[in-house]
Design a protein around this ligand. Structure first.
Ligand SMILES: NC(=O)C1=CN([C@@H]2O[C@H](COP(=O)(O)OP(=O)(O)OC[C@H]3O[C@@H](n4cnc5c(N)ncnc54)[C@H](O)[C@@H]3O)[C@@H](O)[C@H]2O)[C@@H](O)CC1
Ligand SMILES: [K+]
Length: 532
């Protein structure tokens, strides 16, 4: 599990650690780690550090201090290092070290900065780190924008300037880095969009903070974590013990969602799928997934007897393609009255947004909205949710008393009093109709197998993203399990230090990936499970 923290949590831990160490120790550890990563990058792109060009964008705080000290170390190895001092002051010790090592400095001037950025092999963004707040003021904002024109690699120091380290919120201009070198621990804002997509790959420099860190704000399960949580059938298993999932999805008008949701559950290893719906989706599900046991629901039944024919299930999936009319409401009422875990998706979420009483239940509930659906559930504009996904997913979990999986460029899973889980697999090609229906089926199968809502949702998101990457690569599993490696390899050529650890992100949709259909994702689930 990779864990991440807010700025306040990091500061508290740093204060505790600093009290035991000589002054300046942490900054020199940070700068040494940063310089080493940059030296490796320079060796990768230029063959050597000596004679390479390095530009430093330096703010007035300690983030600028780290950057100046790292610049000094690179200058001592023969790099030509030039700094733009953007603040009214600069870290004294760092500045003296850079000048003593032969580095050059000058105040902000747009033309000079543009010229430096055009020549530099590596640009270090040391404008603001965890001390930043709100939109970048001038001239920091202009400098952040200028980094988009940089010819070389942009390395963010600790956090890309303009990204809120605690939440990933971006309120104005912000640096888009190829690589972020972060100190002590991951900051939550580096793992959650929009911050995550500004950070590029993230490399962690250990400065000894570990023993002082509290419980994390955010955690990203790795492939090994997911493998450890996934149910595996044993010799004693039978279809009932492996988990029977009920799926109430589809309508005579919307049939595809039902086929996809059932496909997700079948391929994710449900012991049995019981599918309950109108006649037309039942016909299509039977044709595509003969494994599913189907029931045509009688809309004239009373809510108590509507699901009587379906048989016993250990979890329900409710909502994909269900419709939002009175008949759909009756199905939602019947399913949510059950005493087993229920996953609510798509039209199910619309029904719940209109009638919150549906959520008054004792058994666990998992909601899987995208930002638009969450906007309806919380009564908050969609743009606000997109800008502050972490805050809103937490709020939704608390307000709705449910596990909430927020879909989007970074999928988040929140439950009260637990770290928000961030999914690291996936590909932008997943943004296509029907993939959410497949996810609902995977999650339902895992709930039925006995996983908690929190584990089922986070494991399902991981498997779903991995399956999508495999499908996008034409079924070639090689390298697809790449919560580490995807974005890093696609976007820059690093030396020894840059690869491996780096690459905290999903695929970038380029490099050998092609468009996928939702059913391709369902079909690639077994290949994803084989890799775990
Ligand atoms: N505290 C520690 O023990 C350590 C801190 N380290 C570094 O120190 C950084 C934190 O340093 P600071 O607390 O000095 O804070 P920062 O250097 O992150 O930011 C503070 C500076 O940015 C300016 N600023 C804040 N918001 C701004 C905005 N919106 N627009 C323009 N300017 C803005 C402030 O006026 C101030 O000059 C970390 O990110 C890390 O890089 C590391 O050296 C490791 C150890
Ligand atoms: K920075």
């Amino acid at each position: 599990m990779r864990t991440a923290y807010t700025s306040d949590q990091i500061r508290t831990a740093e204060t505790a650690l600093m009290a035991r160490l000589p002054e300046g120790t942490l900054m020199s550890r940070a700068a040494a780690g940063l310089a080493m990563v940059c030296a490796n990058l320079l060796k990768g792109v230029r063959g050597r550090v000596y004679g390479s060009h390095v530009a430093l964008l330096v703010g007035g705080g300690d983030n600028g201090g780290d950057t100046l000290y790292a610049g000094a170390l690179l200058a001592r190895r023969g790099a030509r290092v030039e700094a733009v001092l953007a603040g009214s002051r600069a870290h004294e010790g760092g500045l003296a070290a850079l000048l003593a090592a032969g580095g050059r400095t000058g105040p902000f001037d747009a033309a000079r900065a543009g010229d430096l950025l055009a020549r530099a092999d590596v640009v270090l963004d040391g404008l603001v780190g965890i001390g930043g707040g709100g939109a970048l003021r001038e001239p920091y904002g202009t400098l952040a924008e200028l980094t988009a024109e940089a010819a070389g690699l942009v390395v963010a120091v600790d956090v890309p300037s303009g990204v809120d380290a605690s939440s990933g919120r971006v309120e104005g201009p912000a640096v888009r880095a190829h690589l972020t070198v972060t100190f002590g621990a991951y900051k939550a804002g580096l793992l959650v969009d929009p911050g995550a997509s500004h950070a590029g790959s993230v490399e962690l420099v250990d400065i000894g903070l570990g023993p002082h860190l509290p419980d994390p704000e955010v955690a990203a399960p790795t492939g090994d974590d997911v493998a450890g949580l996934l149910p595996r059938p044993g010799a004693e298993s039978d279809k009932y013990r492996r988990g029977v999932v009920g799926i109430a999805a589809g309508s005579d008008r919307y049939t595809g969602a039902a086929v996809l949701s059932v496909g997700g559950a079948v391929r994710a290893g449900a012991g049995m799928v019981r599918f309950a719906s109108a006649a037309e989706p039942v016909r299509l599900v039977r044709a595509r997934w003969p494994e599913a046991v189907t029931t045509v629901l009688d809309p004239s039944s009373s809510p108590e007897s509507l699901l009587e024919e379906v048989g016993r299930v250990q979890a329900w999936v409710l909502g994909p393609g269900l419709g939002t009319g009175p008949e759909a409401h009756a199905v939602a009422r019947a399913v949510l009255s059950s005493d087993v875990p229920v996953l609510v998706d798509a039209d199910g979420l619309t029904l719940v947004a209109k009638d919150r009483t549906l959520l008054r239940r004792a058994a666990p509930t998992v909601l899987t909205p995208h930002a638009g659906e969450l906007s309806r559930l919380l009564g908050v504009p969609r743009e606000q949710i997109e800008a502050a996904r972490l805050d809103h997913v937490r709020r939704a979990a608390a307000e709705l008393g449910a596990t909430v999986l927020l879909k989007g460029s970074t999928t988040l899973v929140a439950e009260e009093h637990r770290p928000v889980r961030v999914n690291t697999t996936g590909t932008p090609w997943l943004a296509t109709g029907g993939t959410g229906d497949v996810l609902s089926g995977i999650t339902g199968a895992l709930l039925a197998a006995g996983l908690s809502g929190y584990d089922a949702a986070s494991c399902a998101a991981y498997v779903h993203g991995l399956a999508a990457r495999i499908a996008a690569r034409g079924g070639d599993g090689g390298g697809a399990r790449a919560e580490a490696g995807g974005r890093a390899e696609a976007r820059y050529e690093a030396g020894d230090g840059g690869r491996g650890e780096a690459g905290y992100g999903a695929g970038d949709g380029g490099c050998g990936e092609a468009p996928i259909a939702a059913l391709d994702v369902a079909e690639a689930i077994p290949a994803a499970l084989r890799m775990l």
